[in-house]
Design a protein around this ligand. Sequence first.
Ligand SMILES: [Zn+2]
Length: 309
Amino acid sequence: MFTGLKLCCLSNLLSSGASVAWCGAHVWGVETDRTSHMMYRLIDENHPRYDAELASRHGDAILKTYRRMDEIIGKVVSRLAPEDVLFVLSDHGFHSWRRGFNVNSWLVENGFMALKGGAKHTDRKFLQDVDWSRTKAYALGVGSIYLNVKGREGKGIVGPGKEYGRVVRDLADKLREVVDPATGQRVVDEVYIAEETWSGERIAEAQDLQVGLAPGYRVSSATPLGGAPKGLFEDNMKKWSGDHATSQTAITEGILFSNRSIAEKKVSILDLAPTILGLLDVPIPGGYDGKSLTIGAPRAASGNDAGAM
Ligand SMILES: [Zn+2]
């Protein structure tokens, strides 16, 4: 049996002592992610919602969640046969989200977006007040920026080809210079440009640019919904106080642990699917971007190997 399970279900199954003939199990646990999103404000004293009294009571919530995960993984390890292979993978790291960046408001201020009647900001979301006849770019989704391209967007004004490339470069250059006046900090660590970042037949559906923000920053709550509120930055006063969705990927790495050695020093999440198929003796279909990793033989002694994703 190859199955997909939530981590808590696996824990219950193991506690029940049931015997299952598995060839593989994909088990996922979202608890570490959700707890970190909500409780980061209690481990970051510089977060605007840090509360010392609350932190004294619940500041260990994230740590406790990881310890619970360790217990469950420990149970799994104790039930493994010598030939079994275990991978523990997280797909991203985490950062504190102290300040929100209003990307659409920045686009307006820098002449890439125009609002109806020449307004500088709006309380309405979903790009309802955008004057598309004078707008070159708009932000929608978590850190995504799209150009208003002729023939693609309904009221596009940016010509494909040379003009598209010029606007993308101009936008990326200006974004990299953004500084938060309240902290004096540079806000945009990296700008991922679609044609330099992704490949494949569905690249036309990708955002044209994606921002990778510095630690402490995320796009504001209004930005994914196409809002352009007053001001470029705001303190994040939400309980949702940690994030990873608009962070620079190079400093937001996940972790891979295994009970086997892995020869490659640098591995990617994309490598896991072909590696697992290889271990199960299933032919790897064409079109996979990842490579099959070199997994060592079972070892008598216990111990884990870790690699940075
Ligand atoms: Zn998350």
